[in-house]
Ligand binder design. Structure first.
Ligand SMILES: *[C@@H]1O[C@H](CO)[C@@H](O)[C@H](O)[C@H]1NC(C)=O
Ligand SMILES: *[C@@H]1O[C@H](CO)[C@@H](O)[C@H](O)[C@H]1NC(C)=O
Ligand SMILES: *[C@@H]1O[C@H](CO)[C@@H](O)[C@H](O)[C@H]1NC(C)=O
Ligand SMILES: *[C@@H]1O[C@H](CO)[C@@H](O)[C@H](O)[C@H]1NC(C)=O
Ligand SMILES: *[C@@H]1O[C@H](CO)[C@@H](O)[C@H](O)[C@H]1NC(C)=O
Ligand SMILES: *[C@@H]1O[C@H](CO)[C@@H](O)[C@H](O)[C@H]1NC(C)=O
Ligand SMILES: *[C@@H]1O[C@H](CO)[C@@H](O)[C@H](O)[C@H]1NC(C)=O
Length: 635
C-alpha cells in the first residue's frame, strides 16, 4: 500500500500541470469561459455586454461546474445552464448569486438538488424540467420562497416531502428522528398485533409436540423399508442392519419429527397387516402423489394410536365409503387434490378427526357434513363443485374454527345456514356465485373474526345482515356488485373492511360510522363524490380510494378522519387541487396522488398537511408542470 502511494504521487502532480496547460479559454457570445476537461472554472462577461443574463445552454462539452465558477458574475439575474450534461452540481454553487431571479437547469442529468438553492431568496423561476430527480426530500428546496414557480415538465418525480422547503439545517437529525418515532409508534404496535393475529389464524398442521424420550428410541441408524407387489403395499417395517433389500422393497426415509415419507412410490393399495412399525413413535404418514383409488379397511384401521396424521394428497380417490374407516386416534386427514365426488353418509363418523382437508376435489354437495364427527376444528372444502349449503349441515360442529368454502359454485346463503358454529373464527366463501344472502344468514356466528366473500355477485346486503357478527375483525367484500355503501351497522370490532372493485359511485353522510377502526379499502369503485360526513371514522389509519373517478380533493369529504395516516388517491381523475383540499388531513404521513392528471400544484393547494414531520406526497406517473413555492402554505 505504502509503495503504491509513493509511486502515484509524482505521477499525479505531472498530470495536473499538463491539464493546466491545455485548459482552453473560449469566447461564447460575449463571454470569456474557462473550461478545463468539461469542467467550468470561471466565466466572465466581455466588455459592453448585458451583465445580468448568463446563458450557457447547450455549451459544447460542458459536464461539470466548479464551486467558484460564478465568482465573477455575481450580479446576474438570469442564469441558463439548460441542455448540458450535468449529473450533479457542487453544494451551494449558486449561493452567492443573490440577485438571481431566474435559473434554468432543464434538460440535464441532475438527480439530486439538495443544497443547491440555498441563498436564492429572490428567485422567481426555477426550471428543472427533464432531469432525473426522483425525490424532493426534506430541505431540498430550502430558501426558495412562496413567489417561486418551479417548472417540472416531463419529470420522473416519485415523491415530495412536505418539508421540502423547510430549513433542514435548523432541526437537528436527532430531533427529527424523535418526531418520526413518535409518529410511527402506534403504527408499529399495530403491525405487531396484526402479525400475531395472522400467526394465530394460521392453521396448525398436525404434528403434536415431540416427546423427548420417544425421539430417542429412534436412533439415527433406524432404517425403514416398504415392500409392494403390483402396487399393493405388503409391508412397511424396520430394515435391519445386516439385511439386504429384496426385489419389490425400497428403503424409505423417516425424519426426526417422526414422519414417514411414502411419496410417489406408485402405491395403489394396502394388504392387511401392512403396517409393522408399532414399536416406533411414528406420528405421520405421507402418502402424497401415489395411485391410491380407494381407502379400504386395510388402509387406516390398524394404525397405532400415536399416528395422528395421514396425507393422501394428490391420489386418485373417487369416493369415501361408509362402514370402512374406523380409527379413533387419527386427527388429521388430508385428501387434497383427489377425485372425490362423494363421501357417503357416516363415512367419517367413526373417527375423531380434528382437521379434514378436502380442497380440490369433485364434491357437488355438502351432505356429508351432517355426519362428520363433532371433534372437527378445521374443514377445508374449497375448490370443489358445491352448489349449495344444506340447512343445518353444521349444527353439530360446535368446535369448528375454520371453514373454507372458496372456489365452489354456491349461489345463495340462506338464513341460519351456519347455525351451530359457535366457535367459528374464519369463514371463507370467496369466488362462488353468491347473489343472495339472507338477512339472518350469519346468525349465531358470534365468534367469527374473518369473513371472506370476495369475488361473488353480491348486489346488496340487507340492513342488519352483518350486525350480529359481534366479534368480526376483517370483512372482505371485494369484487362484488355492491352499489350502496351501507355499513353503518357493522360491529365495532371490525378493523378492516374491503369493498374494492364494487360499483359504489357516491359516498353519503353516515355511510361509515366508527367502523372499520383501522383500514377501509374502496379501490376500483366508481366513486366520483364523497359527501361531508361519509367517514365518521375517528380511529381509521388507512383509507384506500385508488382507481375511482374523483376529479378533485374536496376538503370536506375527509372530515371525521382524525387519525388517518395514509390516504391513497392514486389513479383517479384529479385534475385540480385547490386550497382547502387538505384542511382535514393534518394527521397524514402519506398522501398518494400519483397517476392523476393535475398539472399544477399552486400556492396553498396542499395547505393543511403537516410540514413539521414531513408527510410524503407520492406523485409518480404525473403530468405535473409546475409547483409553486407556497404550495404547503396558508396563501
Ligand atoms: C477528464 O474528465 C474525465 C471524467 O470527467 C476523466 O475521466 C479524465 O481522466 C479527465 N482527463 C484529464 C486529462 O484530466
Ligand atoms: C440561451 O441560448 C440558446 C442558444 O444557445 C437559446 O436558444 C436560448 O433561447 C437562450 N435562452 C435564454 C433564456 O436567453
Ligand atoms: C441540446 O444540445 C444539443 C447538442 O448538445 C443540440 O443538438 C440540441 O439542439 C439542444 N437542444 C436544445 C433544446 O437546445
Ligand atoms: C461565496 O462568497 C464567500 C465570501 O466571499 C466565499 O467565501 C465563498 O467561497 C463563495 N461561495 C461560492 C460557492 O462561490
Ligand atoms: C381483501 O380483498 C382484497 C382484494 O381482493 C385483498 O387485496 C386483501 O388482501 C383482502 N383482505 C383480506 C383481509 O382478506
Ligand atoms: C381500475 O378499475 C377499472 C374498472 O373499475 C379496471 O378496469 C382497471 O383494471 C383498474 N386498474 C387497476 C390498476 O386496478
Ligand atoms: C399525462 O398526459 C399524457 C399525454 O397527454 C396522458 O396520456 C397521460 O394519461 C397523462 N397522465 C395522467 C396521470 O393523467
Amino acid at each position: 500500500m505504502l509503495t503504491l502511494i509513493i509511486c502515484l504521487l509524482p505521477l499525479a502532480s505531472t498530470v495536473s500541470v499538463e491539464v493546466g496547460e491545455i485548459s482552453e479559454a473560449e469566447t461564447w457570445k460575449n463571454l470569456i469561459v474557462d473550461i478545463d476537461n468539461g469542467t467550468l472554472k470561471h466565466v466572465r462577461f466581455a466588455e459592453n455586454t448585458d451583465y445580468t443574463k448568463l446563458n450557457l445552454s447547450s455549451f459544447p462539452g460542458l459536464r461539470a461546474l466548479e464551486k467558484n465558477s460564478f465568482d465573477n458574475v455575481l450580479d446576474i439575474e438570469s442564469l441558463v445552464l439548460a441542455n448540458n450534461s450535468f449529473t450533479s452540481l457542487p453544494d451551494f454553487v449558486f449561493s452567492n448569486l443573490t440577485k438571481l431571479k431566474s435559473l434554468s437547469l432543464s434538460d440535464n442529468q441532475i438527480s439530486n438538488v439538495r443544497n443547491l438553492f440555498v441563498g436564492l431568496e429572490n428567485l422567481q423561476l426555477l426550471d428543472i424540467s427533464r432531469n432525473p430527480i426522483r425525490h424532493f426530500g426534506r430541505g431540498h428546496l430550502f430558501s426558495l420562497t412562496k413567489s417561486v414557480r418551479i417548472l417540472t415538465n416531463e419529470n420522473i418525480l416519485w415523491s415530495i416531502s412536505t418539508g421540502v422547503f423547510e430549513n433542514s439545517f435548523l432541526k437537528d437529525a436527532e430531533e427529527l428522528k424523535r418526531l418520526a418515532a413518535t409518529q410511527d409508534q402506534g403504527n408499529v404496535k399495530e403491525n405487531e398485533k396484526k402479525e400475531q393475529e395472522v400467526e394465530k389464524a394460521e392453521i396448525a398442521t398436525a404434528e403434536e409436540p415431540q416427546d423427548q424420550k420417544i425421539v430417542e428410541t429412534l436412533s439415527e441408524h433406524t432404517r425403514l423399508k416398504i415392500c409392494k407387489s403390483d402396487g399393493i403395499v405388503t409391508s412397511l417395517e424396520i430394515f435391519s442392519k445386516d439385511e439386504e433389500l429384496v426385489e419389490g422393497c425400497v428403503q424409505v426415509p423417516v425424519d426426526i419429527s417422526m414422519q414417514v415419507s411414502l411419496v410417489e412410490l406408485g402405491i395403489k393399495g394396502f394388504q392387511e397387516d401392512w403396517y409393522r412399525l408399532q414399536s416406533l413413535p411414528i406420528v405421520s404418514l405421507d402418502l402424497s402423489n401415489n395411485e391410491i383409488a380407494e381407502i379400504t379397511k386395510e388402509t387406516l384401521n390398524d394404525l397405532p394410536s400415536g399416528l395422528t396424521y395421514v396425507n393422501f394428497q394428490g391420489n386418485k380417490i373417487r369416493k369415501i365409503w361408509s362402514q370402512v374407516i374406523e380409527n379413533d386416534h387419527l386427527n388429521v386427514l388430508n385428501l387434497r387434490n383427489n377425485l372425490i365426488e362423494e363421501i357417503e353418509e357416516g363415512a367419517l363418523a367413526k373417527t375423531n378427526l380434528r382437521e379434514l382437508y378436502l380442497a380440490g376435489n369433485q364434491l357437488k354437495s355438502l351432505d356429508f357434513v351432517f355426519s362428520l364427527p363433532n371433534s372437527l376444528t378445521v374443514l377445508l372444502a374449497n375448490g370443489n363443485h358445491i352448489i349449495s349449503i344444506p340447512d343445518g349441515a353444521f349444527s353439530k360442529l360446535f368446535r369448528l374454527n375454520y371453514l373454507y368454502l372458496d372456489d365452489n359454485k354456491i349461489e345463495a346463503v340462506q338464513n341460519d345456514v351456519f347455525q351451530g358454529l359457535v366457535s367459528l373464527l374464519t369463514l371463507t366463501l370467496a369466488r362462488n356465485d353468491i347473489k343472495t344472502i339472507g338477512p339472518s344468514a350469519f346468525r349465531g356466528l358470534r365468534t367469527l373474526q374473518t369473513l371472506d366473500l370476495r369475488h361473488n355477485s353480491i348486489h346488496d346486503l340487507r340492513k342488519g345482515t352483518l350486525a350480529e357478527l359481534i366479534g368480526l375483525k376483517q370483512l372482505n367484500l371485494s369484487n362484488n356488485k355492491i352499489v350502496k355503501a351501507t355499513f353503518a351497522d357493522l360491529a365495532r370490532s371490525v378493523d378492516s373492511l374491503h369493498l374494492d372493485y364494487n360499483e359504489i359511485d357516491i359516498l353519503e353522510e353516515g355511510n361509515f360510522v366508527q367502523t372499520p377502526t383501522s383500514t377501509l379499502s374502496l379501490t376500483g369503485n366508481r366513486i366520483s363524490s364523497i359527501m361531508r360526513g361519509a367517514f365518521n371514522l375517528p380511529t381509521l389509519r388507512d383509507l384506500y380510494l385508488n382507481n375511482n373517478t374523483l376529479t378533485t380533493i374536496e376538503g370536506d369529504s375527509y372530515e371525521g378522519l382524525n387519525r388517518l395516516r395514509r390516504l391513497w388517491l392514486s389513479e383517479n381523475k384529479i385534475s385540480e387541487i385547490r386550497k382547502g383540499a387538505c384542511k382535514n388531513l393534518g394527521s397524514l404521513y402519506i398522501l398518494d396522488i400519483s397517476k392523476n392528471p393535475f398539472q399544477k400544484l399552486e400556492n396553498g393547494a396542499l395547505y393543511g398537511l403537516n410540514t413539521a414531520f414531513g408527510t410524503s406526497l407520492y406523485i409518480y406517473q404525473n403530468n405535473l408542470t409546475e409547483i409553486q413555492g407556497g404550495v404547503f402554505d396558508d396563501i
